[in-house]
Design a protein around this ligand. Sequence first.
Ligand code: SAM
Length: 278
Amino acid sequence: MQDTALYVVATPIGNLQDMTPRAVDVLNQVAVIAAEDTRHSARLMAHFNIKTPLISVHEHNERQRVERILQYLSQGESVALISDAGTPVISDPGFVLVRAVREAGFRVVPVPGCVAFVTALCASGLPSDRFSFEGFPPAKSQARQQFYRERETLPHTLVFYESPHRILASLTDMAEVFGPQRRAAVARELTKTFETIHCAPLAELLDWMAADSNQQRGEFVLMVEGAVPKPADQLDDEALRVLDILLAELSVKQSSALAAQITGIKKKLLYQAALERS
Ligand code: SAM
């Protein structure tokens, strides 16, 4: 191992064979391992026969722990950061620590490995040339629907984490907001015995999951394909609905201009339709 540093070390998301040899080396060589849950990580340490002491760094004590970790680093001792599974900092604690360590002028060295959303996406069959990782949707249905609505027209693949308690409700909200025909994928229990990756239009995916309670157990990544942009030279039902509302109050010219702004459809087309409907 090189200089004194905070090593951000990825650990497996299920299958222990996904632990990298470099991760084992680093965890053996640092002075201390900052772990999200020391009891959970003790099992990983035992499996790889790593004897390095563990200290806890979680959501509730991360700020206090920063000082202690900076002390180790200023004494020339390296520290590793791990989480319960996958890459620390990704929907896991560590951001506050990493930023503080960098600001204090110490090196932060990533030791890459598993990330659940990359693992899911690469096998989903959904487009991955552009995607965004959106983390966990809100727990309450109203906020979750709003959260999905804000992302409804994004043109790239969207990737979410979801808990087993909410997977069915979340998928139901998704089908409602993104529409039953939008393609989506569920990746469950990745790298584990019951790994399942299923890709289908949202309505089908929902039926498939609702029909089998086993498919609602475990850990999940949800993915949905991006929106297909509406062609600007094609009128659809939604555009005509908007136009009719405007025509009830405004002139043909004003209605078609506003409808063009709202829908993104060409003004000329809307003007023609407005003339026919007024
Ligand atoms: N830091 C982790 C990473 O690199 O992916 C994510 C931690 S986050 C607290 C835990 C969530 O990740 C789970 O609720 C689930 O959505 C997803 N996840 C973790 N392991 C998974 C697995 N084996 N299969 C599917 N999803 C998984």
